[in-house]
Design a binder for this molecule. Structure first.
Ligand code: CO
Length: 170
């Protein structure tokens, strides 16, 4: 298995939109394994293919639900078919390190797509899982957490990044 580089804001590659996956083959299985590995090594709970520079409509997630259960999923070509309610959970993103904001999202969604074996998948999600899925699907549309932030917060974050990169050069 290998670990991919996760691109970070403001790298333009994050704005690329994913394309539908038409062939669920061995290469894709390897890709999904590497996506899980990359997410786990980075201690993330979700990762979209576009974050590692691949224009594939696919995300993985490993989200705690209840006290000691986790929901580990890989979804190919996800589409939201139902959404209702509103929730705003504080979110972070592996592509926007050291940045957290609350984003208004649907509280309950139903998505459809394919699982890693190419089987039809319909998944109902609420709470954190619903938020993570919507966050990852944003990535597949070239939208990153920071795009939900106010101009003021975005500016402050860019200044912070500038400062950080100066430190790196020192
Ligand atoms: Co993210």
């Amino acid at each position: 298995m290998s670990i991919y580089k996760i691109y970070t804001y403001p790298e333009k590659i994050l704005k690329r939109k994913a394309k539908e996956i038409t062939d669920i083959n061995g290469d894709l299985q390897g890709f999904i394994d590497n996506m899980y590995e990359t997410m786990h090594v980075a201690s993330g709970i979700g990762l979209a293919a576009t974050q590692v520079g691949k224009e594939k409509a696919l995300f993985v997630a490993d989200v705690p639900i209840d006290d000691d259960k986790r929901r580990i999923i890989a979804v190919i070509n996800p589409v939201i078919i139902e959404s209702e309610g509103e929730s705003a959970i504080e979110e972070g993103c592996l592509s926007v390190p050291n940045f957290r904001i609350k984003v208004k999202r649907a509280a309950r969604i139903v998505i459809e797509g394919y699982d890693r074996n190419g089987k039809d998948l319909i998944l109902e999600a609420t709470d954190l899982l619903a938020t993570v899925i919507q966050h990852e699907m944003d990535h597949l549309n070239g939208i990153t957490l920071i795009d939900h932030a106010s101009l003021l917060k975005r500016d402050a974050y860019l200044k912070y990044l500038k400062k950080e990169s100066k430190h790196d050069k020192d």
